[in-house]
Design a protein around this ligand. Structure first.
Ligand code: NAP
Length: 310
């Protein structure tokens, strides 16, 4: 595959950045990869793993001479980092990010960047509940969507180059505006995460009542919630604080539906429940048909021997 950038600077070296480093290396997409992270420990691990050609102590050093800079830090710190790197950006460099929220990132980052840089926000819809530099893998983006949110008037060549990079890492690329992105993600990711956090919180309270049986007999539904609810607390705090309006809108609708289902259960309205579950089953089918999940039993989990129960 063709080299897309001469020098890529990764700011933050967690799950997403380390996966990008491995994917870019595997396909030869970057002449050189530099990186930095907040803590000495993460920088040391990145050096030990050989994620980057050079790991710097500061973001300012890492971006020097880079033709692509990727902000791969929690959404809440992107503005401060943009301010820090702005004076050190090379002429014509592209600055992108991978944050889970787009409008807040644009508001925080864009005002700091110089005229000579191209700012093209992005969001790969790919992740796991793991974080940190050891959690990355080169295949993370394969067959996943990456949404780019180019501001009006974005340089066409810079956009095409960034799109090609994501495609070469295995992703499908789409473009949309920031408000639409934030609403879609509130439905497909942000509200579901909050619901999972809540359900696991409730189960944790119940654990005291049921004497650990919630954990011991953990069934598929609850286990899937616990996986989602194990996601990084800093990242998710920032997502909810920065995608507030859209998340609250979806949670409002969710609460109304929940009340309707609660009422159907109370009044014994089986027709309502059956019709509802038939409709939702069709959504699952649509996701599988779109190649975004597998219909293997148990979500394709390896059939590990259960420690207890069954
Ligand atoms: P992560 O594994 O927790 O890594 C975050 C990285 O950011 C760490 O290397 C951390 O450094 C660094 N960092 C934090 N604060 C910093 C600061 N002030 N200055 C410099 N570096 C700082 O996170 P991630 O999962 O890769 O997420 C990164 C971004 O991708 C987030 O904006 C998130 O919303 C987005 N995203 C995540 C997922 C997902 O599922 N995880 C999916 C799509 C997009 P230390 O290790 O030294 O603390």
């Amino acid at each position: 595959m063709a080299q897309r950038y001469q020098r890529v600077a990764l700011i933050g070296l967690g799950l997403i950045a380390s996966s990008m480093a491995l994917a870019m290396r595997r396909a030869g997409l970057a002449g050189e990869i530099t990186g930095t992270a907040r803590s000495r420990e993460t920088r040391e691990i990145a050096r030990e793993l050989g994620l980057c050609d050079q790991v710097f102590d500061t973001a300012a050093e890492a971006v020097k001479g880079a033709d692509l800079v990727v902000l791969a830090v929690p959404v809440g710190v992107m503005g401060a980092l943009a301010q820090e790197i702005a004076p050190h950006l090379a002429e014509g460099a592209t600055v992108t990010d991978v944050g889970s929220v787009k409008q807040a990132v644009i508001d925080a980052v864009a005002p700091h960047l110089p005229e000579h840089a191209h700012f093209i926000p992005g969001h790969p819809l790919a992740g796991t509940e793991h974080s940190g530099p050891r959690s990355g893998f080169a295949e993370l983006f394969v067959n996943r969507w990456c949404l780019l949110v180019p501001p009006p008037g974005t340089d066409a060549e810079a956009l095409a180059r960034l799109r090609a990079l994501w495609e070469d890492m295995g992703a499908h690329v789409d473009e949309m505006d920031a408000a639409h992105h934030d609403l879609v993600l509130a439905v497909t990711s942000h509200a579901p995460h909050l619901i999972a956090y809540t359900m696991v919180g409730v189960a944790d309270d119940m654990r005291r009542v049921t004497d650990q049986e919630v954990i011991k007999y953990s069934a598929a539904g609850f286990r899937d919630f616990t996986r989602i609810a194990a996601s990084d607390p800093t990242m998710w705090r920032d997502v909810f604080l920065t995608n507030r309006e859209a998340t609250l809108e979806i949670l409002g609708r969710f609460t109304e539906e929940l009340f309707a289902l609660q009422r159907a259960i109370r009044t014994g309205d089986g027709d309502h429940l059956h019709a509802y579950f038939t409709r939702t089953r069709a959504i699952r089918r649509g996701i599988i048909d779109a190649g975004q999940d597998t219909d293997a039993p148990d979500f394709g989990r390896m059939m590990a021997k259960p420690k207890s129960g069954g």
